[in-house]
Write a protein that binds this ligand. Structure first.
Ligand code: NIG
Ligand code: FE
Length: 414
């Protein structure tokens, strides 16, 4: 496919960087009046319309698509979601408005346990149908790759059910999907007071079965005040690593929990949330392979303090931003909104926000060698926007869907 008359091609990365940190985050290649050509699934070449390369491709017999006045950019990678769930939780939303905190709701058996009850009652087919619809919706809003966690099962049977749904989505969806086993998401009521027994169940029963069916790319733990301790987390991560799952964890949403340090110690590909983070955590993340990942939708929905993304970048860290799509703390998988919040609430420039939601999230889900930027040889996962002037319009004009068409694996899928 030869895409022509692209108003602006953005998100070009030619240095082969698999993620961007510190000052690099404001770098992104941009070409006005551009073309882009794909071959099969991949990006073959791109450049200005006014070039010999373009005239050569035009003379060859390619299918030509006129991008009249549209921006073309890499599809979003959403590296943190809980998209497979059975029920919405809008009444807890009202409880929160009336003054209850997320932790209070969880303590009385709401929150994650509420979702677990509904998940246990739903069949695999029902869960698949609901998830598939959500996946299609987020794709139409620009997402081309997505990580999906289990974690609303909290029993061996239900966790396996959720992971099998994710496997089916991997097989049927045009999106690139990574799965994450989050058996340690909440402590079931019957284990309250002897939480260790639940941790043992995760380690001794769930992880071996998940591995036997090869159901998880990553292992996750909700390491936070009121949920799993650092000791629990270490034990679970070690067990997951033994079975080939790379850690990718929830940390520091409710409190400075030590979760960041545990994640870094076990080589986590990302530590996510980070609403509660101090200099010790920032220092600990420096020069590591762990991607600090901020979840603006969750902080917005729960009115949490904002993670100091600007300061992390100033100190040379990379920052990724993902949706955290889930029914309890972020009921939206709209990555365009995350892009806008990155700029408006966290003061990232549009270029930084673009890198935070494409290349850096691709890194945080282990796919940045193939996705997350406009790079020759990478998979052609592209957003074609509605007609617009330039990249900056994308975060600026928030609240409407500005994605006109999606190209995944070199093919138009919407
Ligand atoms: O990332 N923090 C833990 N897990 C989810 C919320 C889960 C829920 O409330 O359903 C999150 O915010
Ligand atoms: Fe989450």
């Amino acid at each position: 496919m030869l895409l022509v008359n692209i108003k602006e091609l953005v998100g070009i990365e030619e240095k082969g960087l698999l993620m961007k940190k510190g000052a690099e985050m404001s770098e992104t290649g941009r070409i006005k009046d551009a073309f882009l050509i794909t071959r099969g699934k991949k990006i073959l070449d791109y450049g200005p319309m006014d070039s010999d390369a373009y005239r050569k491709y035009l003379a060859e017999n390619h299918r030509v698509y006129d991008m009249k006045g549209c921006v073309v950019m890499p599809a979003f990678c959403d590296s943190h979601t809980h998209l497979v769930y059975a029920n919405s939780r809008e009444l807890e939303f009202v409880d929160k408005i009336r003054g209850l905190s997320y932790e209070e709701i969880a303590k009385r058996g709401g929150g994650i346990l509420n979702s677990a009850k509904a998940t246990a009652a739903a069949s695999e087919d029902e869960l698949y149908d609901m998830a598939e619809k959500r996946l299609d919706e987020v794709m139409r809003m620009g997402t081309g790759a997505i990580e999906i966690k289990s974690g609303y099962g909290l029993s061996t049977e239900s966790e396996l059910k959720l992971l099998r749904v994710i496997r089916r989505l991997k097989e049927t969806s045009p999106l690139t999907i990574k799965s994450n086993f989050l058996g340690a998401h909440g402590i079931p009521m019957e284990y309250r007071g002897h939480q260790q027994d639940y941790v043992d169940l995760v380690i001794n029963e769930m992880i071996p079965l998940v591995a036997a069916e090869d159901l998880a790319d990553f292992i996750d733990v909700f390491c936070d005040q009121g949920f799993f301790t650092c000791d629990d987390t270490e034990r679970i991560l070690m067990a997951g690593i033994k079975y080939g799952m790379r850690p990718k964890i929830h940390a520091n949403e409710m409190a400075i929990s030590g979760g960041v340090q545990v994640g870094v110690k076990y080589g986590a590909i990302s530590v996510d949330h980070l609403e509660q983070i101090g200099q010790a955590e920032i220092d600990c993340l420096k020069d590591t392979e762990t991607m600090p990942t901020v979840l603006p939708g969750c902080a917005f929905f729960l009115n949490l303090p904002l993670s100091p993304a600007r300061e992390m970048i100033r100190q040379g860290l990379p920052v990724a931003m993902a949706s955290d799509f889930n029914p309890g703390t972020s009921p939206s998988g709209n990555m365009q909104l995350i892009l806008s919040m990155a700029c408006i609430r966290y003061r990232l420039t549009p270029e930084e926000a673009l890198n935070a939601t494409t290349l850096n999230t691709a890194y945080a889900m282990g796919v940045s060698d193939e996705l997350g930027s406009i790079t020759k040889g990478k998979i052609a996962n592209l957003i074609v926007t509605e007609p617009m002037t330039q990249l900056e319009y994308m975060p600026y004009f928030y609240g409407t869907n500005k994605v006109a068409k999606m190209i995944l694996n070199g093919k138009f899928v919407s």
